[in-house]
Design a protein around this ligand. Sequence first.
Ligand code: PLP
Length: 338
Amino acid sequence: NMYPNRLEGLDTRLTESILSWERRVNGVQYAPEEIIPTQGVAGAIRLAFPHIMEPGDELLLTDPTYIPYKRIGNTLGKATFFRTIEEEGWTPDIEDLRRKITPKTKALVIIHPQNPTGCLYDEKTLKAIADVAGEHGFPLISDEIYGLFTYEGARFHPLASVAGDVPVITMNSISKHYVATGWRIGHISIHDTGNMIGELKEKLRADRAVAGAIPTPLVYGAMAAYDGPTDHIRGMVERLKERRDLSHRRLNEIPGLSATKPQAAFFIFPKVDDGGPWRDDLEFTRDLKAETRLAVNPGSFYGEQYSVNHFRIPYLPGIDPLNRIFDKLEAFMKSRLG
Ligand SMILES: Cc1ncc(COP(=O)(O)O)c(C=O)c1O
């Protein structure tokens, strides 16, 4: 019945489980004080950002980004965006990233692999992002919750492993690995070899004690998860790959829609071509839901410019339900485009 941090042995054991997971699964070595257990990535976001930015500050995000980063940016200061290039599989546009930095930029967030586009950033892109952050002296935040979900054996590089001495705050959780979103178990890992964000690290550690802590009974489950196997994910990825291939093929066969092929995670982010009867993606998704009962998020939730006129499909259902979904979508598009 005690706060987890009051149970010294338990706190230490959980940290050790996370440390060994980072080493074994991601190949990254952290010190115990660089690990902060959290209530999932959502808890990590809530814990970290109030210490990173304040009113007037800017949080630089990819367009599109994962919605909670846009929300926290605008809650605490301002979310600003740089382009990711759809034609190149939604890879970051480093030139645009440079243009969007201002004296108010406090940090840059990447989701890697990406939600909602399924883009997997290669080593060169990650290094380029780290170089820019290093030149401007702000930390990087990397959400790597889909790091183990890559297709065709594509290699995932944790940002911390290529960032050199640029500080990286990585957020991760067991939510996707174990399909255990309800447990609310995750962690922050802090890569800061040059001790450039020592003060921030101390603030996160101070909050770790109670505000962001995993409830004590769940710590036992958390340790089992971090100590547990990850080989089941290979089977998950094989099944997801079939669904990815189907989704990509079917979407590109539907008139008025096109989609780039995701390389990781389990989302696809199709574009709605000009020429339909809708004013914007909000109207498109509303019309789609009213007509077919298919509920999808409009692209503009995820950014402000490049995500507009898109929508997101998580291709988690099996092949048959997915085919039924695409049949409905196809009939809807044909009815609207004439
Ligand atoms: C990129 C990304 N980060 C974080 C989360 C949520 O993570 P958690 O369940 O650990 O809070 C999700 C869930 O969809 C996600 O897509």
